[in-house]
Design a protein around this ligand. Sequence first.
Ligand SMILES: Nc1nc2c(c(=O)[nH]1)N[C@H]1C(S)=C(S)[C@@H](COP(=O)(O)O)O[C@H]1N2
Ligand SMILES: [Mo]
Length: 254
Amino acid sequence: MKNLSRRRFLTAGIVTAAGAAGLYGAERIANHYGLIPPDAATWYGPGETLDYDVQRIFGRHALAREFSPSQITHPPFRNEIGPKLPATYYQMEQNGFRDWQLKIDGLVSNPASFSLSDIHSFPARSQITMLSCEEGWSYIGEWTGVPLSHLLDLAGAKPNATYVVYRSIQPDYWWDSLDIFEARHPQTLIAYAVNGSDLTLRTGAPLRMRVPRQLGYKSVKFINHITVTDDIKRFGDGLGSSDPAYGYAWFAGE
Ligand SMILES: Nc1nc2c(c(=O)[nH]1)N[C@H]1C(S)=C(S)[C@@H](COP(=O)(O)O)O[C@H]1N2
Ligand SMILES: [Mo]
């Protein structure tokens, strides 16, 4: 397979370049070129760093596979939602999420707050992709939403931005970030519908991040706050997301 041989080639290249210093040296080289994921110091760091580097060097623009309508999974799989959502969530749900706001701040020239009707008025993209959970199940669905890159442009994300942090209405329990390449990738959406219907509580209503090139846990539900930054270490415990605290890598690409 093409990808496998590329991966081997790069791994060999980095290890050769690092010489006797091995993985540690490889990390130093990768660090020099800005190729270190935020959680690289954790126990799965070296392997994850190599995966991330291969992806960023060879696959930055690669598209996640898109499927045909006949391949959509019926009924779709819906994961359990973790701890109970705050009471304000259910109040907003009762009200058709008319009061929901998606805030975008940080390294932007026009910090903004978008309502759902703002989001619906922006250019939409629909794509049929697979959502794969780290626990081994997956399903195919058609997600519709606005490309995150469009919101970054509207807010005027500054050129020195390196990461985009996103939080849900469960801000401490579930938050994540993408590097600027993944954030600007055309398939990365702020989704509001799946299979032609508005999202529901189970699917992350009213807005959910959809990152089809990475595992399902990066597709955070109930999104209400996006922050553009050049300093990912400032957020949470500095590892780029809540994933490492649960034993999962920040970079969840293939
Ligand atoms: N806010 C929030 N987002 C979340 C989760 C969650 O529990 N809370 N679960 C994640 C995980 S582990 C997966 S695999 C997907 C599942 O998406 P689905 O319910 O559409 O299948 O949502 C992700 N987003
Ligand atoms: Mo998952």
